[in-house]
Write a protein that binds this ligand. Structure first.
Ligand code: GDP
Length: 539
């Protein structure tokens, strides 16, 4: 007889406390703003690493062990999205790393579907940069709560108020300063923490320690003049008065709804201003949030497990071609060696060696809770957006697929390897590195990517991992968009008439490939019954 599992009150309470303990987030930035440096400081505070420089050196070590990653090393970018789990002040923090390079933006966008909040790093010298804008569009779409860290205050950056205005205007988000900087560059003296009402003094090259923090609840206290000089004290008093007048107290509900972003000023490389931000993050950042699905909203506290795959990573060891699927747990408890329903394939599968990323070690785990990311070995069962449940059928929604902007026809150079090529193309596009289209009529295989670099990675991997040698010929398209219509006849006529520009994606959805913006706009105007979509939700 099957045993019926009874959940005791104590077990249920343990379960709730596991959820409340967790915060899952990502640090995002334009390349070079300081994401890696800030990540490293967070890990140092969490005790997950001991030495500064560990995050970078670890990256290099990983590169040297694999040929595929050698491409990355040469280009100096990080392709992989990894997960770092650490504990801080009684909380369990899952930090999801995202590639900064723009050619891998899609990867980053999907990772953002797996987090509950983000920290956005902005370089005080460069202000808002192109990648910052693109990332924030995705963040705004999902209403993800944001904390902003304005980095490199030890350099002569833009005026503090100009920066705040620029960020608010460009990123269309209300800011809320949590600290006020005292000068920048050579004259940077530190910040005044508005929440703690304390002055945090900066000395270049040294780590902030307790003596550098002075409690000053009344800014007219003569100690302020003594610490930073009369002129800077006057400016600080004016700044604080202005900020208090304009912004008032932080409304946490506005932060949680993604409408207001608390802002910190600091210098990641000097570990300055980082702890203030981390402490606030711990205090206000959301615990695992409810998630939308195709049938209903799923609460993290539900007792049945559910989760989705947001990233698939090729195993970089060429001797083992299995892959690692990254699962975000959304509800219930995930347990090792337990059968779960793979909703798309309608079959039950179990995982005997799921692992977590605690302290950057890959450890086999017995269980995982909402907010956690679990690595699952995959032999080709998964694609991005797949949902696992304890039996219920639904898909988590809002996992985007973006319309590619560069297109190449894949030409098989070795007819004996047709099967391998097909398999390779299917598996690589399941990983979400590119999209595969089949042109109508002609049956040409076309790969669409957001960045040129991805083609090289695909060509290289097809050869290395599948033995398939291909040539990639550029196609004269500028954008792909999905087309739908309430009028099937109109859609049929359009696809017939425009055959050379029509393709199917892997799921059989119709796609229009436009040669230029002009063509696209003309077709949109001439075909009011047809809807042109620029992103397609995987589910
Ligand atoms: P990422 O590309 O966003 O991950 O940026 P990194 O963390 O690799 O930083 C890019 C460069 O900026 C590195 O040379 C860092 O040492 C430097 N950097 C990071 N934080 C600061 C800072 O607060 N001040 C200064 N002057 N340089 C910094």
């Amino acid at each position: 007889m099957a045993s019926i599992k009874k959940i005791t009150f104590a077990a249920a309470m343990k379960y709730i406390s596991e959820i409340e303990k967790r915060k899952t987030f990502a640090i995002i930035s334009h390349p070079d703003a300081g994401k890696t440096t800030l990540t490293e400081k967070f890990l140092l505070f969490g005790g997950a690493i001991q030495t500064a420089g560990a995050v970078k050196s670890n990256k290099i070590k990983k590169h040297a062990t694999s040929d595929f990653m050698e491409i990355e090393r040469q280009r100096g970018i990080s392709v992989a999205t990894s997960v770092m789990t650490f504990e801080y002040d009684g909380h369990l923090i899952n930090l999801l790393d995202t590639p900064g390079h723009k050619d891998f933006a899609e990867d980053t966008f999907r990772t953002l579907t797996a987090v509950d909040s983000v920290v956005l790093v902005i370089d005080s010298v460069n202000g808002v940069e192109p990648q910052t804008r693109r990332l924030m569009e995705v963040i705004a779409m999902r209403k993800t709560p944001v904390i902003v860290f304005i980095n490199k205050m030890d350099r002569d950056g833009k005026n503090r108020f100009d920066l705040l205005e620029e960020i608010e205007n460009e990123l269309k988000i209300q800011l809320h300063p949590m600290t006020v900087p005292i000068n920048s560059g050579k004259d940077f003296k530190g910040v005044y923490d508005l929440h703690e009402k304390s002055l945090v003094l900066f000395t270049a090259g040294t780590k902030a320690n307790d003596e550098d923090v002075v409690k000053i609840s009344d800014l007219n206290d003569p100690i302020l003049n003594a610490k930073i000089g009369e002129r800077d004290a006057d400016t600080l008093r004016e700044d604080v008065e202005l900020i208090d007048g304009v912004y008032g107290a932080l409304n946490e509900a506005d932060y949680l709804s993604g409408n207001t972003a608390p802002v910190f000023f600091g210098s990641a490389v000097n570990n300055f201003g980082v702890k203030e931000m981390l402490d606030t993050f711990i205090r206000i950042a959301p615990t695992p949030r409810p998630r939308h699905t195709t049938t209903r909203d799923i609460l993290p506290s539900e007792d049945k497990f559910s989760g989705f795959i947001f990233k698939i990573h090729a195993n970089l060891d060429p001797k083992h071609r299995d892959r690692i699927a990254f699962l975000r747990v959304c509800s219930g408890k995930f347990s090792r060696s337990t059968y779960y329903k793979h909703v798309r394939l309608e079959k039950d599968i179990r995982f005997n060696n799921p692992y977590s990323f605690l302290a950057r070690q890959k450890d086999v785990i017995e269980e995982a809770f909402p907010g956690d990311v679990v690595g699952l070995f995959d032999t080709g069962n998964f694609k991005i957006g797949d949902t696992l449940t304890e039996g219920e059928s639904f898909f988590f929604t809002g996992i985007p697929s973006f319309s590619p902007e560069i297109f190449k026809e894949v030409v098989n150079k070795d007819p004996l390897k047709t099967k391998q090529l097909e398999k390779g193309l299917n598996q690589l596009t399941d990983e979400g590195v590119a999209q595969l289209f089949t042109q109508f009529g002609g049956n040409k295989k076309i790969i669409g990517c957001v960045g040129e670099l991805q083609f090289e990675v695909i060509q290289y991997r097809l050869l290395q991992e599948y033995g398939a040698s291909v040539q990639m010929n550029s196609m004269p398209f500028y954008k792909a968009c999905w087309i739908t219509s309430d009028n099937p006849k109109k859609l049929e006529d359009f696809t017939k008439y425009k055959q050379a520009n029509i393709a199917e994606d892997k799921d059989g959805h119709l796609v229009y490939l436009a040669q230029s913006e002009w063509f696209l706009n003309t077709e949109i105007t001439n075909n009011p019954d047809i809807k042109f979509h620029f992103t397609s939700e995987i589910n």
